[in-house]
Design a protein around this ligand. Structure first.
Ligand code: ATP
Length: 229
């Protein structure tokens, strides 16, 4: 039987009169990479903001590890949604240090995680002078500092060069080999095709597809079929 780390039940979100998520039933299996696909404006970020407690007014429910969602579960979730919340005037290390001190985490972990994300060579450089790809790497390092069970990444390949994309994919696969779960969004199918073990497609606020990836299906064709119009 599949164990789900997170399920949503008829999750619905309106901004004023406009329905932007329409009765979504996500099922995210534990220990897997789940790719959430959709064209611009499909509702990917809104879904992630609800799961991570950034958006609190919505209809429907969520369960995390088979228990009703509660703010306390956010200790087990690391996330990077839209832009990394880093201080521009500080270095990568000092941004990490702030989180470590806030969450009572050992400072020794910082250089290890920065090295794993290949961002340990930035020295005294301030974050405001980082490239987009460097900021993305730092954002993921910040999300991983508390060693979360569930990592949620909104368009994490933005700004990464092909080497960065390859490294990040390897890193995410390694995480699932240690039992962690990754929810990752993209509007570009090839970014997810070779790493996602499950794919969900959002179209205009509806979850129009949700399946395990077998490798036999033509995801490109499915994506265009499910999102046309
Ligand atoms: N704060 C807000 N107020 C009003 N409408 C919003 C707000 N945030 C998002 N929306 C709308 O909700 C819809 C879904 O947006 P969302 O950002 O979740 O899409 P997305 O799939 O993440 O898109 P993208 O790939 O462009 O990031 C869009 O129509 C967007 O304009």
């Amino acid at each position: 039987m599949t164990e789900y780390i997170l399920t949503t039940n008829q999750l619905t979100k309106r901004f004023k009169q406009k329905v932007v998520l329409n009765h979504i039933n996500l099922k995210i299996p534990q220990g897997k990479i789940y790719g959430l696909l959709g064209i611009n404006g499909a509702g990917k970020s809104t879904t992630m903001k609800i799961i991570t407690g950034i958006i609190t007014d919505f209809e429907g429910g969520m369960e995390f590890k088979h228990q009703p969602w509660h703010r306390s579960i956010l200790q087990q979730i690391g996330s990077l949604i839209e832009y990394p919340a880093a201080y521009g005037n500080l270095t990568a290390f000092d941004n990490m240090k702030i989180i470590a001190l806030e969450d009572h985490l050992p400072l020794e972990k910082i250089p290890v995680i920065l090295a794993r994300l290949n961002i340990d060579n930035t020295g005294n450089k301030k974050v405001k002078n980082f490239s987009l790809g460097m900021k993305q790497r730092l954002g993921i390092a910040m999300a991983m500092l508390k060693n979360p069970d569930f990592l949620i990444l909104d368009e994490p390949f933005n700004g990464l060069d092909p080497y960065g994309i390859k490294e990040l994919k390897t890193y995410l696969k390694e995480l699932t080999q240690t039992g962690k779960t990754v929810l990752i969004s993209s509007h570009i199918l090839p970014e997810l095709q070779d790493i996602a073990e499950f794919i969900g497609i959002l179209n205009n606020g509806s979850l129009v597809y949700q399946q395990a990836v077998t490798g036999k299906e033509d995801l490109n064709q499915i994506f265009f079929e499910k999102t046309q119009g």
